[in-house]
Ligand binder design. Structure first.
Ligand SMILES: NC(=O)c1ccc[n+]([C@@H]2O[C@H](COP(=O)([O-])OP(=O)(O)OC[C@H]3O[C@@H](n4cnc5c(N)ncnc54)[C@H](OP(=O)(O)O)[C@@H]3O)[C@@H](O)[C@H]2O)c1
Length: 330
């Protein structure tokens, strides 16, 4: 297929473009900067400069490219630091997910695009009651914490607009797998605490596995939503000490809820204590997706062990993963 990828120069885009090309697709990849265009060209795609918030430019670019499919992966989350003012930090990404998606869908309709796949998010989206692991059919959080309202509304908008148009929204877990992942520095500096009992459940996904699932969704997916997460949703109290160990950092601090709220805001408190994880059963069943890193336990070692200080390296991954897994189920 001739595939138009937005955000081709980004964290997921740079993993996705080579997998699309390997699978025999022709890729046109957007970015906003000359450096981004250079990355896209080096990956074997045709680069084009595009600001997704310029609806006229989106229309022109899509029609001129004559794609059969669009994959929307543009976000603006680099250098994300301030989780206290969550919606403010996500404001530009929220626009890419609302205005950007709408502009792409309008252009896709005119250009006769057959397949549309867009990036959504799984962790911290599902209702904070019932079991710890949710499927795509389970309800989303009906009462988001105020600090995250706009961000969660933007994701809802994207999913509704895309699926109403016949497309696919992929609810990715938390991305990891690049040495500059946002998690690395805060964990090294012990700025990422376990809040309260650390019972908030996260769903992770290695960027390579996310890219593979995206190609499969493009080729075989049915209209609707898929969770694209690993096999082991886990509470923060379980995965955070493992990340710290793999990075060669000291164990995470523990903060009571009130202190975490004061320092980091209510969104992080919610994610650390109440968030639910997601099940990947549908994506595996319907897409025939097999994960390279079925659990973050192996994935974190593969991604980060080489970045740990020399005296901490060489630990047997079995030792690192010795925190016994507590399998959660839906
Ligand atoms: N599920 C998740 O956990 C999740 C989801 C998204 C991001 N992240 C993380 O957040 C960090 C930053 O990632 P990121 O993907 O936002 O940043 P990124 O890696 O810099 O990529 C963002 C992509 O969107 C493009 N883009 C940005 N603004 C645009 C606009 N107005 N119009 C069109 N395209 C635009 C960028 O183009 P340029 O390269 O030209 O700027 C780039 O291709 C990474 O560590 C990533 O793993 C995590």
């Amino acid at each position: 297929m001739r595939v138009f990828v937005t955000g081709a120069s980004g964290a997921i885009g740079t993993r996705l473009v080579p997998e699309l090309i390997d699978a025999g697709h022709e890729v046109i990849g957007t970015s906003t900067s000359p450096a981004g265009a250079k990355r896209v060209r080096a990956l074997g795609a045709k680069p084009i400069a595009l600001d997704l918030l310029d609806a006229g430019a989106v229309h022109k670019a899509v029609l001129a490219s004559e794609p059969e499919a669009i994959i929307h992966q543009a976000t603006a989350l680099a250098n994300l630091r301030d989780f206290k003012h969550f919606d403010r930090s996500f404001a530009q990404t929220n626009r890419l997910r609302t205005e950007g998606t709408d502009a792409l869908l309008a252009a896709a309709g005119e250009a006769g695009v057959r397949r549309f796949v867009a990036q959504s998010y799984a962790s911290a989206r599902y209702a904070r009651d019932g079991g710890p692991v949710k499927s795509e059919d389970d309800p989303l959080d009906p009462r988001p914490v105020p600090a995250m309202r706009e961000t969660l509304a933007a994701l809802r908008h994207l999913e509704e607009a895309v699926t109403e148009a016949g497309g696919i929204a992929l609810r990715y877990g938390v991305f990891y797998g690049a040495s500059n992942d946002g998690l690395v520095e805060p964990v090294r500096k012990r700025q990422f605490p376990i809040v309260g009992n650390g019972g908030g459940v996260s769903s992770w996904i290695h960027l390579d596995d996310a890219a593979t699932a995206t190609v499969l969704a493009l080729e075989r997916g049915e209209r609707g939503v898929y969770n694209v997460v690993d096999d082991e949703p886990a509470p923060v109290r379980e995965w955070l000490p493992v990340v710290a160990e793999v990075l060669g950092a000291k164990p995470p601090r523990r903060f009571p809820r009130w202190l975490a709220r004061l320092v980091a805001g209510e969104a992080l408190v919610m994610m650390g204590t109440e968030s639910r994880g997601a099940s990947n059963a549908k994506a595996k069943r319907e897409l025939g997706w097999e994960l390279r890193y079925p659990s973050w336990r192996q994935g974190f070692v593969a991604a980060y062990a080489s970045t740990a200080p020399a005296e901490r390296r060489g630990l047997d991954p079995g030792v690192r993963a010795s925190h016994a897994p507590s399998r959660l189920s839906g």
